[in-house]
Design a protein. Structure first.
Length: 659
């Protein structure tokens, strides 16, 4: 890895200091991009040690429960380690209430049938809406009943209840695809419009709040605070929704998969896999070329499972969910969909390198989850090979996951699932947090620190003792000679000193740069598009004439398209900063090269203003640059790349102008 030159940071800091002293600079505190110095690094290391030394929460008192089988005995044995406990959350039945819920309000606001705006006559609409209200009504949230493993008392999940009753409350309507029932917002949540149909985004919810709503909807009734403290990276949890088996129905369906196969050039191995598992052996049966619906369903009829590898590429509902959740997890969120025929299994037991959220859409599956077999398999950074039944022992969780249920398990937990006789299964696995560990940051940090230390500190350049190879190496590993002890002492001292040269911020930028390339691009609502370069821009009207030219001014208010859409990075060139962004990423993982904009380093404070002010809009004239021309220039460049939205559509100039 090439170390980031400190001179770039120093130059950037000097520019920022000059801007701060300028009368035109905004009088507000800013987070500076600075090179890591010894004192700052020691503070980081101290904080990390504090985190490491925090005592774990005391274990809850065990409930007296007698193991009834070998699996229960195994759970009791594993209960001493809180990471292997499992929890079942059930949403119980409720009494009917006369008050209208969010879905009824939405039904009154627009003609929607199963989430789709229709072109039917009004009478037909009323009949369908009446049926939808009867069949699809989402029950009010209730205090859940908690069922836990034998050695864990029930956590209190009553606090901070989610106000979300359906995914319809989470987001504005996507503009690129047909509206769906998953993404319909009530009128009071939508951006405002005046009599001239000029959209204003000032009252719209920002993307961070919207992302939190999507997460709350997916996990309800377990709130985010409880999930992160009790389950995240620790143990599985199963959320049962007996009274709402259609909870995830808006995300995908078998009919939607059929339509996807017929409308798109779905390729075997790239977009879809055909798999089978029998007699302890898993096989992938992919033909070559395009996956035609007739061929896929023939495999399915003969007992094969169908795995869609990146359904968000072709299905807007999943795409919206994934892109929103990226702002919750701070990393790429992907999804696979699994369609399994009755009484079959498509995959061998294995563990993954991602945090997995199984959303059961149709049918059901019997799941068995197993604790990591040893410490080396806890929170792995790569997925396992397939295991035999003899290698994995007894499960810590056996559960029948039905439509509307959620099952979460951390990376490293072995799992397998089978369908029951007479019932198929369709589930979506939402996956995240791949390669987002301390180890991944250290892989960026340590080589950079060593490069800087070698350049700045003569101790790292001094020669080793002449006879050093006579005391270290495999054949000397058990030696206790004074010479070997002195060598080890010297190496420990150099390792300790190495942290004084660690460019933590620069290494973090490099890891964030990788994450930017991983991300799905933002999905903009129709109102957001009207305030962006996508729709609020000059157009060709025919006969070589242009119309609707727009102009940016110091009075224009702008903000970033999303909180995580870009990363401002200083690299090798001391007079340049780079803006890496996800706006032009592909819906397929790494389908496009990483996109970058280079700007002069003295323009960087304006980008920093936008990063720190999000989600608030900021006037172009208030950006921390010297002249209005520079401010409009950087704002226009970001707008032309889709990286900023304007609070209102830009004003249009008067028609076509001759050269």
């Amino acid at each position: 890895m090439v170390a980031v030159p400190l001179s770039a940071f120093e130059m950037y800091n000097q520019i920022k200091e000059n801007k701060k002293k300028s009368k035109k600079a905004k009088q507000k505190d800013k987070v500076k991009i600075t090179p890591m110095v010894s004192a700052e690094l020691r503070k980081v290391v101290t904080d990390l040690k504090k985190v490491k030394d925090v005592e774990p929460e005391p274990k809850a008192e065990a409930q007296p429960t007698k193991p009834i089988n070998e699996a229960a005995k195994q759970r009791e044995k594993l209960s001493n380690n809180s990471e292997t406990l499992v929890t079942l959350v059930q949403v119980p039945k409720k009494k009917k209430e006369k008050s209208k819920d969010a879905n009824e309000k939405l039904l009154e606001d627009s003609a929607v049938v199963n989430g789709q705006i229709t072109e039917d006559s009004s009478n037909s609409k009323k009949k369908k809406l009446k049926k939808m209200k009867k069949d699809k009504e989402v029950p009010e949230r209730l205090v859940p009943e908690i069922s836990t493993s034998p050695n864990e008392s029930s956590p209190d999940l009553k606090r901070k209840r989610s106000p979300i009753k359906s995914l319809e409350d989470c987001s504005t309507k996507p503009s690129e695809e047909k509206p769906s029932k998953a993404f319909k917002v009530s009128k009071k949540k939508s951006p405002t419009s005046d009599k001239n149909n000029t959209v204003s985004l000032s009252s719209a919810e920002n993307s961070i709040e919207t992302a939190e709503k999507f997460f709350s909807w997916m996990m309800d009734p377990v709130n985010k605070e409880d999930f992160l403290s009790l389950y995240w990276e620790k143990k599985p949890v199963h959320i049962s929704r007996e009274q709402n088996r259609d909870y995830y129905r808006s995300l995908l369906s078998t009919g939607a998969i059929d339509d996807m196969l017929r409308r798109n050039n779905i390729r075997y191995g790239k977009n879809v896999d055909i798999t089978s598992y029998s007699d302890g052996k898993r096989e992938t049966l992919n033909p070559a070329g395009r996956a035609h619906a007739a061929v896929v369903w023939d495999y399915y009829r003969n007992g094969c499972s169908v795995r869609l590898l990146n359904p968000q590429t072709y299905h807007p509902q999943l795409r919206e969910l994934n892109t929103r959740l990226q702002e919750v997890f701070g990393s790429f969120v992907g999804s696979n969909a699994y369609l399994t025929p009755p009484n079959s299994q498509g995959f061998a037991p294995h563990y993954d390198d991602i945090e997995a959220f199984v959303l059961q859409v149709e049918g059901s599956k019997m799941w068995r989850v197993y604790a990591p077999r040893d410490d080396n398999e806890k929170l792995p950074r790569s997925s396992s090979l397939n295991f035999s039944q003899e290698e994995i022992g007894e499960p810590i969780l056996e559960v029948h996951v039905k439509a509307g249920d959620l099952l979460y398990f951390p990376r490293g937990f072995i799992h397998q699932a089978t369908t029951v006789p007479g019932e198929h299964s369709l589930h979506v696995t939402v996956s995240t947090y791949q390669r987002n560990s301390w180890a991944d940051l250290l892989e960026k940090l340590v080589p950079a620190a060593l490069t800087i230390a070698i350049e700045d500190d003569v101790e790292f350049r001094k020669g080793m003792p002449l006879d050093v190879m006579s005391h270290i190496g495999a054949v000397h590993s058990e030696s206790e000679s004074p010479e070997r002890e002195a060598i080890m002492k010297k190496l420990k001292k150099l390792f300790s000193k190495l942290f004084d040269y660690a460019p933590v911020d620069a290494a973090a930028d490099q890891l964030a740069k990788d994450h930017i390339h991983d991300l799905l691009p933002p999905c903009l609502s129709s109102d957001e598009q009207k305030c962006s370069v996508l729709k609020n821009s000059e157009r060709m009207v025919g006969d070589g004439k242009l119309s609707d030219a727009v102009v940016m001014s110091p009075q224009t208010h702008i903000r970033l398209t999303r909180s995580n859409v870009l990363r401002l990075v200083s690299e090798e060139e001391p007079d340049l900063m780079k803006i890496y962004h996800s706006m032009e990423n592909s819906f397929e993982y790494h389908g496009e090269e990483l996109q970058c904009i280079e700007i002069p380093i003295d323009m960087a404070p304006a980008v920093e203003d936008l990063i720190h002010s999000y989600p608030e809009f900021i006037a172009v004239g208030d950006l921390s640059l010297d002249t209005d021309a520079d401010k409009v220039q950087i704002a226009t460049e970001l707008w032309e790349r889709g990286l900023v939205l304007t609070e209102r559509p830009l004003p249009q100039t008067d028609g076509d102008e001759d050269d």
